[in-house]
Design a protein around this ligand. Structure first.
Ligand SMILES: Nc1ncnc2c1ncn2[C@@H]1O[C@H](COP(=O)(O)OP(=O)(O)O)[C@@H](O)[C@H]1O
Ligand SMILES: [Mg+2]
Length: 290
């Protein structure tokens, strides 16, 4: 079965999220940073509670922008974003009760961890979020200890975040979100800079939280992890629109779509005397031997 090739939400996706509580409903949003070049040009997506969604697209297609909008950091110039059945607007986030609830439930890890990490020590970094919550000192300490233990970074507690390796920074960023106890995770290219063991650890982390009922929206162009961290996929292209959506297997099986959206490349190479060309991307490397 081929992927749903309609802009916006495909029929298959719609059926899957029907009867489910929606975490996000994004309807025909347009966003531009400078008022001229679009970063999102009419994007509609839905995210049901407990779903694992991947946002696939090549560089510059609008993935990070969408995640920042879902996190209430930017607001589209047109179209609407609903979060937990409420309109996610600048005005709504000026309502302290809504903002507090939203910030507690939704956590974003940035594509560039250096933007996210700013505290002098890892401990303070992870404690920062919980300290904004209306909880006692003891609970803050417990949450930080639990998050450091879950991410296996207790030994880094007194280190400066900006002096850590890429993989360590990712863990600190995840720990700082985990300490807030979100049920909705927005992960922006979370495997960037991770070695294979850390990548598989990240997949385990997502699957563990997903089994506990959390919702995930993960942007990536790493096809190697999509099969594991997503049930459903939206594909963006350079037009800054959703060009396909559907179950992960359908999207990953649509080679022509992946080629067209620059997620795999046609690669020419020789097998002995025979030269041929065929598409390949990360996920095909493993099952293609020569
Ligand atoms: N801070 C910014 N200022 C101006 N343009 C930006 C900014 N961030 C992203 N863009 C532009 O918006 C578009 C979408 O970018 P982005 O959402 O970062 O894509 P992706 O995450 O898919 O690589 C690109 O054309 C990019 O150049
Ligand atoms: Mg990005």
């Amino acid at each position: 079965m081929s992927a749903v090739l309609t802009p916006g939400l495909g029929g298959t996706a719609q059926a899957q999220v029907a009867n489910r509580l929606l975490v996000f409903r994004v309807d025909d949003i347009h966003f531009s940073y400078d008022g001229r070049q679009p970063a999102l040009a009419g994007v509609s997506i839905e995210v049901g509670q407990g779903e694992k969604i991947a946002i696939l697209g090549s560089n510059g297609s609008g993935k990070s922008t969408l995640l920042k909008i879902l996190d209430g950091l930017y607001f589209p110039q047109s179209g609407s974003v609903m979060a937990f059945d409420r309109s996610l607007t600048e005005a709504a986030l000026h309502d302290d009760a809504f903002a507090f609830d939203f910030r507690r439930r939704v956590g974003l890890t940035f594509q560039d961890t250096d933007v996210q990490l700013f505290s002098p020590t890892v401990y303070e970094e992870v404690a920062f979020g919980p300290l904004q919550l209306d909880i006692g000192q003891d609970e803050v300490k417990e949450r930080v200890a639990a998050a450091l233990a879950r991410l296996r970074i207790e030994h880094l507690a007194e280190r400066a975040p900006h002096r850590l390796s890429g993989g360590e920074k990712r863990r600190v960023a995840l720990a700082s979100v985990l300490a807030l106890g979100p049920s909705v995770w927005l992960l922006d290219e979370p495997t960037t800079g991770l070695d294979p063991r850390s990548q598989s650890w990240l997949v385990d982390f997502v699957l563990g939280r997903s089994e506990a009922g959390d919702t995930f929206v993960t942007s990536t162009h790493d096809l190697g992890i999509v099969g594991e961290i997503a049930d459903r996929v939206y594909v963006f292209d350079e037009t800054h629109q959703v060009v396909a959506s559907g179950p992960t297997d359908d999207i990953l099986g649509d080679e022509e779509l992946l080629l067209r959206c620059n997620l795999i490349h046609a690669h020419r190479h020789r097998h002995g005397a025979v030269e041929h060309s065929h598409p390949h991307g990360n996920y095909r490397h493993a099952d293609h031997d020569h």
